[in-house]
Design a protein around this ligand. Structure first.
Ligand code: ADP
Ligand code: ASP
Ligand code: MG
Length: 454
């Protein structure tokens, strides 16, 4: 289909009947929006993750399932043919119940993914019914027919070429028929047909992958704020919306904690040069942010972001002095456990590293004990927690004078645990104590961004 726009709606955008109706208005007011990707209704994924943890007893399971049912029942109560829709949701919840019992015996990431995927399955089913009830030709599509991933349950890797060929076969013809196709974010399937997930917040990434495989002209991420702001508006009320961002700036923001976009979202968009729009489904008239390859305005300071609960791993060994290959040895161990190293700083006998161990669907840390064992075989290992990563994002930073002075003079009453600067001219990152993090963010925002034109 020509000029295809993909609209992704997050959890709060599909939280209840009224919110879903707003999404229907957003979709149908743009004749090019034909593919709709939805998250689970707000709060549902958290409840399902709790069930999948296997920690609930029978009464706890019933209580959670009743809460999940109530969220969907509110939507069903506004629909025609309520009995039919209630039966569909109850069938899904029967599977959820059985999986929760399995999880209480042995928790696995495979069971977690299957169980948690029901959030998106249910929300996409119900919003499809709202489209139909309002007279639109909409069709529910199981994204697992095209969203092929590997079998790393909990944070699966998307297999882009397979997704493209499967989409060409199953999804593009449906879009060409002119229907509105409604599908799920976050979930996929491996080559044996087992359900997988892309990690928490993964629906943005799903939309971008489908944008790439269906040759979309635009990807629209509809959420609960009118665009990307200079920082999280929930933490800093003075945050301001940004009208235009480059892919690089947006990717840095997402990577370093701006939850508004899943960190991988920009990857498919960059590969195909598809512009990404971010706006509020509740207030689309307020406008939003365009994320594009380039922008007219490239300020030195564009945004600040915060990522909480970081673990710092300090590795030291006297053998490092004058030795070669120490870093290679360390990194090969992290690679073996499929962990990506975020920040790195080195001294004569030690290396400090932070790991991005969050965002697994299970909510569990992905740093296994076995990794520490292997590291301890050749160096001393010390970990520090209770830290937050603060990132200042901008342009040409490593070649502009006064950048570091401006950043650190604004927060000179606070201890900075580690600094990373120079690898990219788009960011300056550092670690501070968790208890200081929001104050540091507010101070930086005030001094770097509140006088600037965003
Ligand atoms: P969705 O459920 O629609 O995917 P998310 O909760 O994942 O929504 O992302 C939207 C939230 O991201 C906002 O409510 C806001 O609190 C948070 N956020 C963090 N950083 C930013 C930022 N720089 N700009 C806008 N929102 C941000
Ligand atoms: N429902 C999933 C989550 O809460 C995916 C998403 O919303 O993007 O993480
Ligand atoms: Mg999100």
């Amino acid at each position: 289909m020509q000029n295809l726009d993909i609209a992704k709606f997050g959890g709060t955008s599909v939280a209840n009947y009224d919110a879903m109706s707003k999404c229907v208005e957003v979709v149908t007011s743009n004749k090019n929006t034909k593919l709709v990707v939805v998250s689970a209704c707000a709060g549902v994924t958290n409840l399902l993750v709790e069930l999948a943890s296997g920690a609930c007893d029978s009464a706890g399971r019933e209580e959670i399932i009743a809460k999940v049912f109530a969220i969907h029942k509110e939507i069903i109560s506004k629909l025609d043919n309520q009995e039919e829709h209630e039966a569909v949701i109850k069938n899904y919840l029967k599977v959820v119940h059985d999986l929760a019992i399995q999880a209480s015996m042995t928790r696995t990431d495979m069971i977690t993914d299957r169980l948690v995927s029901h959030g998106e399955l249910m929300s996409s089913y119900l919003i499809t019914q709202i489209f139909k009830q309002k007279g639109f030709d909409a069709e529910w599509f199981d994204v697992r027919r095209v969203m092929r991933t590997d079998s790393s349950y909990g944070k699966a890797v998307a297999l882009v070429e397979v997704i493209s060929s499967l989409s060409e076969e199953h999804l593009v013809p449906l879009l060409d028929s002119g229907k509105i196709v409604v599908t799920q974010g976050f979930i996929g399937a491996d080559s044996s047909g087992q359900t997988t997930t892309l990690g928490r917040g993964g629906s943005d990434y799903s939309a971008a992958l489908l944008g790439e495989s269906c040759h979309a002209q635009t990807i629209s991420i509809w959420t609960d704020v009118p665009g990307v702001y200079t920082t999280d508006p929930r933490l800093v009320p003075e945050a301001m919306p940004i009208s235009e961002l480059t892919y690089l700036e947006a990717a840095e923001m997402a990577t370093f904690g701006a939850k508004i976009l899943h960190p991988s979202t920009l990857v498919p968009a960059v590969r195909c040069g598809i512009p990404v729009y971010v706006g509020s489904s509740k207030a689309p008239e307020q406008g939003g942010t365009w994320v594009r390859p380039t922008t007219d305005y490239s300020p030195a300071f564009r945004a600040v972001a915060l990522r909480k609960s970081q673990t710092l791993i300090v590795l030291s060994s006297p053998k490092m002095v004058g030795a070669t290959g120490f870093l290679a040895q360390v990194f090969s161990i992290f690679a073996k456990y499929n962990l990506s190293v975020d920040l790195v700083s080195t001294s004569e006998v030690s290396i400090a590293i932070t790991i991005d161990a969050g965002s697994q669907t299970s909510g569990l840390s992905s740093i296994p004990e076995a990794l520490y064992h292997e590291l301890r075989e050749f160096c001393h290992v010390r970990t520090e927690s209770g830290l937050s990563l603060v990132a200042v994002i901008g342009n040409n930073m490593a070649r502009t004078s006064h950048i570091t002075a401006e950043v650190f003079s604004a927060i000179d009453n606070y201890a900075v645990r580690m600094i990373c600067y120079g690898a990219s001219s788009h960011n300056l990152c550092f670690l501070v104590g968790e208890e200081d993090a929001v104050d540091v963010l507010k101070l930086l925002h005030k001094s770097l961004l509140e006088s600037e034109k965003a």
